[in-house]
Design a protein around this ligand. Structure first.
Ligand code: AP5
Ligand code: MG
Length: 214
C-alpha cells in the first residue's frame, strides 16, 4: 500500500509516519529527512536543497522528484508512507507517473491539519534525535533525560528551520503551493482530512481506521 501523509509544517506527519511505518513494516519516505541527510553528508543535492530549506521555501520539483524516483524504484518493502511529499501539483503528477510505470498507484491520501498558533507552539518545542531521528516535544512528550534520546542515547537537536520566522515562511509556502493539492486528490475517493489537535495516539487510531478496510 502507498500512503501519502500531507499537511502543514508541524502537523505531525513525521510523528505519525514513524509510528505507522514501524507498525506496518512499511518504508518511511520523508523528503525533508532525505534532504537533511544529504546536507549532513555535504552532497551537491544537500547543499542545493539547503539554500531553499533554510528560508522555508520548496526545493525545486526536479530535484525532489529525482530522489523520489530513486527511492521508489529501489524500495523492497511491501508499502511506502510518503511524508511531506508531494507538495506541488507537479510533484503529485510526477509521483503518479513514477508509480504508473511500476504498475502501481497511491491508495490513500491523508491531510493532517492544525491551526497556525498550535503549529508554532509545537515546532518551537520540537527536538529531534541527531542519531535515530526520533521526534520529541518538550511540552507533550519530553525525553526522560534532558536532551538525550530515550531510544538510542543520541543528542537531541532543534531543527535549523524551526525558528518562528522560518516557520511563518513555511506556513505561507504551504498555503500558496501545497494546499491546492487537495483539489488534485479530492475527486479520487482516496482523500481524508484529520484535525491533529487531538493527541498523537488518537490521530494514529484515526489513520489506522482509514487504511484498515483496504
Ligand atoms: P519537512 O522536514 O518535511 O518539514 P515540514 O513539512 O515543514 O514538516 P515538519 O517535519 O516540520 O513537521 P511534521 O508534520 O513532520 O511534524 P512532527 O511530526 O515533527 O521539510 C523541511 C523542508 O524541506 C521544507 O520546508 C522544504 O524546504 C524541504 N522539502 C521537504 N519536502 C519537500 C518537497 N516534497 N518538495 C520541496 N521541498 C521539500 O511534529 C511536530 C511537533 O509536534 C513534534 O514536536 C511532535 O512531537 C509534536 N506532535 C506531533 N503530533 C502531535 C499531537 N497529536 N499532539 C501534540 N503534539 C504533537
Ligand atoms: Mg517531519
Amino acid at each position: 500500500m502507498k500512503i501519502i501523509l500531507a499537511g502543514p509544517p508541524g502537523s505531525g506527519k513525521g510523528t505519525q509516519a514513524e509510528i505507522l511505518s514501524q507498525k506496518l513494516d512499511y518504508a518511511h519516505f520523508s523528503t525533508g529527512n532525505v534532504f537533511r541527510d544529504h546536507l549532513a553528508r555535504k552532497t551537491s543535492i544537500g547543499i542545493k536543497a539547503n539554500d531553499y530549506m533554510k528560508e522555508g521555501k520548496l526545493v525545486p520539483d526536479d530535484v525532489t522528484l529525482q530522489i523520489t524516483k530513486d527511492f521508489v524504484t529501489t524500495n523492497t518493502r511491501k508499502g511506502i508512507i510518503f511524508d511531506g511529499f508531494p507538495r506541488t501539483i507537479g510533484q503529485a503528477q510526477g509521483l503518479d507517473k513514477i508509480l504508473t510505470e511500476l504498475n502501481d498507484k497511491i491508495d490513500c491520501v491523508i491531510f493532517i491539519e492544525l491551526s497556525d498558533d498550535e503549529i508554532i507552539r509545537r515546532l518551537t518545542a520540537r527536538r529531534t534525535c541527531e542519531r535515530c531521528g526520533t521526534i520529541y516535544n518538550l511540552d507533550f512528550n519530553p525525553p526522560k533525560q534532558n536532551n538525550i534520546c530515550d531510544k538510542c542515547g543520541g543528542k537531541l537537536l532543534q531543527r535549523a528551520d524551526d525558528t518562528e520566522a522560518v516557520i511563518r515562511n513555511r506556513l505561507v509556502v504551504y498555503e500558496n503551493q501545497t494546499k491546492e493539492l487537495k483539489n488534485y486528490y479530492k475527486n479520487s475517493g482516496k482523500m481524508h482530512v484529520i484535525d491533529a489537535i487531538i493527541g498523537r495516539d488518537k490521530v494514529q487510531a484515526h489513520i489506522l481506521k482509514i487504511i484498515s478496510p483496504q
